[in-house]
Design a protein. Sequence first.
Length: 184
Amino acid sequence: MRNTKFIKYNKKIHVLCGLLCLLTVIIDQAVKLAVLNNLTLHTSYKILPFLNFFLTFNSGVSFSMLNSCNSSVLILISCLCLLLLIWGYVKFKDPIEQIFLALLIGGATGNFIDRFTYGAVVDFIDVYMPKNILQNLHRYIKIFSEQTIFCDKHFPTFNIADSFITIGTAGLILYIFFKKDTPK
């Protein structure tokens, strides 16, 4: 006899994950549309002492790797990655794992839409360590060379979809690593 309580619960998780994935894509694309309509390409807009908005297009993958790769190849790779994530979603039965995978799928879909629409991914979040903080840190901890403390240190520019991908990946890894195995 089938467990109808489990099936109803399972359907609720799938609906929740579907909505989460859709919401992730909508937020990502809406913010990118606002950025494209309001920011000038390669112009820095200071938001906080460690955060700028800086519109750029990343024709490669994470951290601009494979920048010289053909966009058709990257679209194909993106499709394969999305299919792999969807397969993982179906394979994993744990609802927490499925929620993290929904974030990954939503983020990957947002970047796929960019790559398909613009031939590159829209990036605009520029996080950096200001040089005055680096200089103060250098006084106490000699972790930077003398040459590197006289300029800001920027993390690679990213977007909202990348943030969802990072949260989903980190959450999935930590959850799998720390979850208790339950006897079957």
